[in-house]
Design a binder for this molecule. Structure first.
Ligand code: FAD
Length: 228
């Protein structure tokens, strides 16, 4: 299916959201991702397709890629994506992924490393729209104070007292100490971890070491990014 670019939204100096309208109605569950093809020449060795979370919430009826631009050392795919103009198209196939909420009424801890916030935007925005309780503590690691979706997330938190956000800025990072500092009873909530592959792997190990049951840990790995 083809999608048409309708808006580019600069989230931070190096992160942009690309908002597309689908040609036909598209269904997905918050937290899922899509496979995108963007033909371009010349194409580098990383090719003309990628996976990105659909960071839009289903009620928004659009597809949103939020991604970081690496400048000159970035891929030919990203250069093409960032050069797209409104009205231009990208192809998608397959909606996939089980990084989705099984039971929103449960307590959750969302751990995001940088751009790993994308599936959480979709989940939290949809819960807020549906006026469902948001029993979530978000631990959000960033390299600096340029925080993606900061205003949107804080607006959701303002209207939902059971949703709290804790920012962790480099050189601090999310570790056992930070988790126990912010989460009083670590054995109750379900932990969702999303971000660069090395960070998600490391935090999965940390949570296991802390005695969190495997069925209380869900992970979403983004390749192509170093640890936040
Ligand atoms: C399920 C899933 C969901 C995802 N969701 C998102 C999302 O919402 N937002 C998002 O930004 N990304 C997401 N990703 C990651 C995305 O698919 C890309 O891997 C990532 O954005 C890097 O893009 P890029 O390869 O075009 O590199 P660029 O971002 O252009 O480059 C980043 C830097 O990493 C280096 N690099 C990247 N890949 C490689 C490689 N394979 N080998 C060597 N060096 C490399 C580049 O040289 C550059 O220095 C997701 C991935 C998966 C699997």
């Amino acid at each position: 299916m083809k999608l048409q670019l309708v808006e580019k939204k600069q989230e931070t100096p190096d992160v942009t959201s690309f908002i597309f309208t689908p040609q036909e109605p598209l269904t997905w569950v918050p937290g899922q991702f899509l496979h995108y093809v963007l033909h371009h020449e010349p194409t580098d060795e990383r090719g003309s397709d990628r996976w990105f979370t659909n960071s839009a919430a289903p009620f928004e009826n659009n597809v949103r890629i939020t991604t970081r631009f690496a400048g000159e050392k970035g891929s030919s795919f990203k250069k093409k994506l960032f050069s797209l103009k409104e009205g231009e198209e990208i192809e998608i196939s397959l909606t996939e992924g089980d990084f989705t909420l099984d039971d929103p009424s449960q307590k959750h801890v969302f751990i995001a490393g940088g751009i790993g916030i994308t599936p959480f935007r979709s989940m939290l925005t949809q819960l807020a729209y549906d006026k469902k309780p948001i029993n979530v503590t978000l631990l959000y690691a960033n390299r600096d104070e340029q925080v993606v979706y900061k205003e949107e997330l804080e607006e959701v938190a303002k209207n939902n007292p059971s949703f709290t956000i804790h920012y962790i800025f480099s050189p601090e990072h999310i570790d056992e100490e930070k988790i126990t500092q912010h989460i009083p009873d670590i054995h109750t909530p379900i932990f969702y971890v999303s971000g660069p592959e090395p960070m998600v792997d490391a935090l999965g190990e940390t949570l296991k070491k802390m005695g969190i049951a495997q069925d209380h840990i869900k992970q979403d790995w983004f390749p192509g990014y170093p640890a936040e």
